[in-house]
Unconditional design. Structure first.
Length: 85
């Protein structure tokens, strides 16, 4: 992970974009008043987004198991649908 000030990024944007994509480097762009941003490759971003979605899904499953274990589940009969032939 690199921390670089805004002026340096502005003057060397291509170089830092290449570091993010080619070397999988995460770059923190430091700005005034701590309004910092992060530059990362789209591949890294997509991996983080997928991990976040997976964590949310697993948390939902955990909540459902907890609800079932505490007797808050409901039993239903399955409805069979006939296919048109």
């Amino acid at each position: 992970m690199l921390a670089v000030n805004y002026s340096t990024i502005r003057n060397n944007l291509k170089s830092y974009c290449d570091k993010a994509t080619d070397n999988h480097e995460t770059i923190i762009v430091t700005r005034k008043n701590e309004k910092n941003i992060v530059i990362m490759s789209l591949e890294q971003y997509n991996q983080m987004a997928k991990a976040s979605r997976n964590a949310e899904y697993l948390a939902m499953i955990d909540r459902a198991i907890e609800q079932l274990s505490s007797g808050k589940g409901q039993k239903h009969e399955l409805i069979e649908v006939e296919e048109d032939g």
